[in-house]
Design a protein around this ligand. Structure first.
Ligand code: GDP
Length: 197
Protein backbone atom coordinates (compact mmCIF):
# COMPACT_ATOMS: atom_id res chain seq x y z
CA UNK A 1 0.00 0.00 0.00
CA UNK A 2 1.05 3.61 -0.24
CA UNK A 3 0.34 6.04 2.55
CA UNK A 4 -0.80 9.61 1.85
CA UNK A 5 1.89 12.26 1.69
CA UNK A 6 3.19 13.33 5.07
CA UNK A 7 3.38 16.91 6.21
CA UNK A 8 5.17 18.32 9.25
CA UNK A 9 2.66 19.60 11.81
CA UNK A 10 4.51 20.57 14.97
CA UNK A 11 7.51 19.83 17.18
CA UNK A 12 6.06 19.67 20.68
CA UNK A 13 8.09 19.97 23.86
CA UNK A 14 5.09 20.09 26.16
CA UNK A 15 1.59 18.68 26.30
CA UNK A 16 -0.04 22.02 25.50
CA UNK A 17 1.67 21.89 22.08
CA UNK A 18 0.29 18.47 21.13
CA UNK A 19 -2.25 18.59 18.29
CA UNK A 20 -5.88 17.92 19.29
CA UNK A 21 -6.37 14.33 20.44
CA UNK A 22 -8.76 13.40 17.63
CA UNK A 23 -8.63 11.01 14.72
CA UNK A 24 -5.90 8.36 14.88
CA UNK A 25 -2.17 8.42 15.32
CA UNK A 26 0.76 6.01 15.45
CA UNK A 27 3.93 6.72 17.44
CA UNK A 28 7.43 5.56 16.61
CA UNK A 29 10.14 5.21 19.21
CA UNK A 30 13.75 4.10 19.18
CA UNK A 31 17.04 4.47 20.99
CA UNK A 32 19.09 7.19 19.29
CA UNK A 33 20.93 6.11 16.17
CA UNK A 34 18.91 2.91 15.62
CA UNK A 35 17.82 4.26 12.24
CA UNK A 36 14.43 5.66 13.22
CA UNK A 37 14.48 8.63 10.86
CA UNK A 38 15.77 6.46 8.01
CA UNK A 39 12.92 4.01 8.68
CA UNK A 40 10.36 6.81 8.77
CA UNK A 41 11.65 8.30 5.54
CA UNK A 42 11.62 4.88 3.83
CA UNK A 43 8.09 4.11 4.99
CA UNK A 44 6.83 7.51 3.89
CA UNK A 45 8.87 7.51 0.68
CA UNK A 46 10.43 10.80 1.56
CA UNK A 47 14.09 11.66 1.32
CA UNK A 48 14.43 13.97 4.27
CA UNK A 49 11.21 14.36 6.17
CA UNK A 50 12.32 13.01 9.49
CA UNK A 51 15.19 14.62 11.33
CA UNK A 52 17.81 12.43 12.89
CA UNK A 53 18.10 12.18 16.63
CA UNK A 54 21.45 13.94 16.45
CA UNK A 55 19.57 17.19 15.72
CA UNK A 56 20.11 19.43 18.77
CA UNK A 57 17.19 19.54 21.16
CA UNK A 58 15.62 16.54 19.52
CA UNK A 59 15.53 14.51 22.76
CA UNK A 60 12.93 16.87 24.23
CA UNK A 61 10.49 17.00 21.35
CA UNK A 62 7.72 14.93 19.84
CA UNK A 63 7.44 15.56 16.10
CA UNK A 64 3.92 15.28 14.69
CA UNK A 65 3.29 14.63 11.00
CA UNK A 66 -0.09 14.68 9.31
CA UNK A 67 -0.78 12.00 6.68
CA UNK A 68 -3.11 13.43 4.09
CA UNK A 69 -4.85 15.71 6.55
CA UNK A 70 -4.43 16.37 10.25
CA UNK A 71 -6.59 13.62 11.69
CA UNK A 72 -4.23 10.80 10.70
CA UNK A 73 -0.83 11.35 12.26
CA UNK A 74 2.57 9.85 12.82
CA UNK A 75 4.46 10.88 15.91
CA UNK A 76 8.22 10.65 16.06
CA UNK A 77 8.91 10.19 19.76
CA UNK A 78 12.17 11.45 21.21
CA UNK A 79 14.89 8.85 21.66
CA UNK A 80 17.94 8.97 23.83
CA UNK A 81 20.98 6.89 24.38
CA UNK A 82 24.23 8.63 23.64
CA UNK A 83 26.88 7.19 25.90
CA UNK A 84 25.93 9.07 29.04
CA UNK A 85 22.49 10.55 29.49
CA UNK A 86 22.41 12.91 32.47
CA UNK A 87 19.77 11.72 34.97
CA UNK A 88 17.83 14.99 34.76
CA UNK A 89 17.53 14.68 30.95
CA UNK A 90 16.28 11.13 31.36
CA UNK A 91 13.78 12.23 34.00
CA UNK A 92 12.56 15.07 31.78
CA UNK A 93 12.25 12.66 28.87
CA UNK A 94 10.25 10.27 31.04
CA UNK A 95 7.88 13.01 32.17
CA UNK A 96 7.24 14.20 28.62
CA UNK A 97 6.65 10.66 27.39
CA UNK A 98 4.21 9.91 30.19
CA UNK A 99 2.40 13.17 29.53
CA UNK A 100 1.95 12.00 25.98
CA UNK A 101 1.09 8.35 26.60
CA UNK A 102 -1.26 9.03 29.46
CA UNK A 103 -4.73 9.29 28.01
CA UNK A 104 -3.83 9.89 24.38
CA UNK A 105 -7.04 8.44 23.01
CA UNK A 106 -6.10 8.79 19.35
CA UNK A 107 -2.96 6.67 19.82
CA UNK A 108 -3.68 3.49 17.87
CA UNK A 109 -0.32 1.79 18.22
CA UNK A 110 3.34 2.04 19.06
CA UNK A 111 6.19 1.07 16.74
CA UNK A 112 9.37 0.25 18.62
CA UNK A 113 12.48 0.34 16.49
CA UNK A 114 15.52 -1.62 17.62
CA UNK A 115 18.88 -2.22 15.98
CA UNK A 116 18.88 -5.94 15.19
CA UNK A 117 22.41 -6.21 16.53
CA UNK A 118 21.54 -4.59 19.87
CA UNK A 119 17.93 -5.20 20.83
CA UNK A 120 16.40 -4.69 24.27
CA UNK A 121 18.49 -1.90 25.67
CA UNK A 122 17.27 0.08 28.69
CA UNK A 123 15.44 2.51 26.43
CA UNK A 124 13.54 -0.36 24.77
CA UNK A 125 12.66 -1.99 28.07
CA UNK A 126 11.21 1.29 29.35
CA UNK A 127 9.14 1.70 26.18
CA UNK A 128 7.84 -1.85 26.50
CA UNK A 129 6.85 -1.21 30.09
CA UNK A 130 4.79 1.78 29.00
CA UNK A 131 3.25 -0.10 26.09
CA UNK A 132 2.25 -2.81 28.52
CA UNK A 133 0.97 -0.38 31.16
CA UNK A 134 -1.03 1.73 28.70
CA UNK A 135 -2.22 -1.38 26.85
CA UNK A 136 -0.92 -0.18 23.49
CA UNK A 137 -0.82 -2.37 20.41
CA UNK A 138 2.86 -2.93 19.58
CA UNK A 139 4.86 -3.47 16.42
CA UNK A 140 8.62 -4.00 16.40
CA UNK A 141 11.02 -3.17 13.58
CA UNK A 142 14.46 -4.77 13.77
CA UNK A 143 16.45 -2.25 11.76
CA UNK A 144 19.75 -2.45 9.94
CA UNK A 145 18.92 -6.09 9.24
CA UNK A 146 21.29 -5.84 6.27
CA UNK A 147 24.12 -5.71 8.81
CA UNK A 148 23.27 -9.05 10.42
CA UNK A 149 24.00 -12.50 9.05
CA UNK A 150 20.89 -14.31 7.89
CA UNK A 151 20.91 -16.94 10.63
CA UNK A 152 21.65 -14.36 13.33
CA UNK A 153 18.78 -12.20 12.10
CA UNK A 154 16.50 -15.24 12.19
CA UNK A 155 17.56 -16.13 15.71
CA UNK A 156 16.98 -12.60 17.03
CA UNK A 157 13.61 -12.46 15.30
CA UNK A 158 12.49 -15.78 16.79
CA UNK A 159 13.79 -14.92 20.24
CA UNK A 160 12.03 -11.55 20.36
CA UNK A 161 8.78 -12.95 19.02
CA UNK A 162 8.52 -15.49 21.78
CA UNK A 163 9.91 -13.14 24.41
CA UNK A 164 7.34 -10.43 23.65
CA UNK A 165 4.37 -12.67 22.92
CA UNK A 166 3.71 -13.32 26.60
CA UNK A 167 3.11 -9.62 27.29
CA UNK A 168 1.84 -8.62 23.84
CA UNK A 169 -0.15 -11.47 22.28
CA UNK A 170 -0.81 -9.44 19.11
CA UNK A 171 2.74 -8.13 18.65
CA UNK A 172 4.29 -8.03 15.20
CA UNK A 173 8.06 -8.35 14.99
CA UNK A 174 9.74 -7.90 11.62
CA UNK A 175 13.08 -7.38 9.92
CA UNK A 176 13.69 -3.95 8.45
CA UNK A 177 16.37 -2.28 6.38
CA UNK A 178 16.07 1.27 5.11
CA UNK A 179 19.17 0.60 3.04
CA UNK A 180 17.83 -2.48 1.22
CA UNK A 181 14.12 -1.79 1.49
CA UNK A 182 13.55 -4.95 3.54
CA UNK A 183 10.22 -4.96 5.37
CA UNK A 184 9.15 -1.50 4.22
CA UNK A 185 5.89 -2.77 2.74
CA UNK A 186 5.10 -4.85 5.83
CA UNK A 187 5.63 -1.81 8.06
CA UNK A 188 3.48 0.36 5.79
CA UNK A 189 0.66 -2.15 5.98
CA UNK A 190 0.76 -2.21 9.78
CA UNK A 191 0.66 1.59 9.93
CA UNK A 192 -2.07 1.74 7.31
CA UNK A 193 -4.21 -0.69 9.29
CA UNK A 194 -3.76 1.18 12.57
CA UNK A 195 -4.54 4.49 10.88
CA UNK A 196 -7.48 2.97 9.02
CA UNK A 197 -6.32 3.87 5.53
P1 GDP B 1 18.09 7.80 14.23
O1 GDP B 1 19.03 8.52 15.10
O2 GDP B 1 17.49 6.63 14.93
O3 GDP B 1 17.06 8.67 13.58
O4 GDP B 1 18.98 7.14 13.09
P2 GDP B 1 19.28 7.58 11.58
O5 GDP B 1 18.14 7.25 10.71
O6 GDP B 1 19.81 8.95 11.56
O7 GDP B 1 20.43 6.53 11.25
C1 GDP B 1 21.59 6.40 12.03
C2 GDP B 1 22.70 5.81 11.18
O8 GDP B 1 22.38 4.49 10.78
C3 GDP B 1 22.94 6.58 9.88
O9 GDP B 1 24.32 6.59 9.62
C4 GDP B 1 22.20 5.76 8.83
O10 GDP B 1 22.75 5.88 7.54
C5 GDP B 1 22.36 4.36 9.37
N1 GDP B 1 21.24 3.48 8.98
C6 GDP B 1 19.93 3.73 9.16
N2 GDP B 1 19.17 2.71 8.69
C7 GDP B 1 20.03 1.79 8.20
C8 GDP B 1 19.86 0.50 7.59
O11 GDP B 1 18.76 -0.02 7.39
N3 GDP B 1 20.99 -0.18 7.24
C9 GDP B 1 22.24 0.33 7.46
N4 GDP B 1 23.29 -0.41 7.10
N5 GDP B 1 22.43 1.55 8.02
C10 GDP B 1 21.36 2.27 8.39
Amino acid sequence: ISLPAARFLIAAARASDFPPDSGREVALAGHSNVGKSSALNAILQRKKLARTSSTPGRTQQLIFYGLGGEDRRLVDLPGYGYAKVPPQVKAQWGRLMEEYLHGRGSLAGLVLIMDIRRPMRDFDKQLLEWADFYDLPLHVLLTKSDKAKKNEARRTLDFLRSDLASRFPEVGVQLFSALKGTGVEEARERLGAWLEF
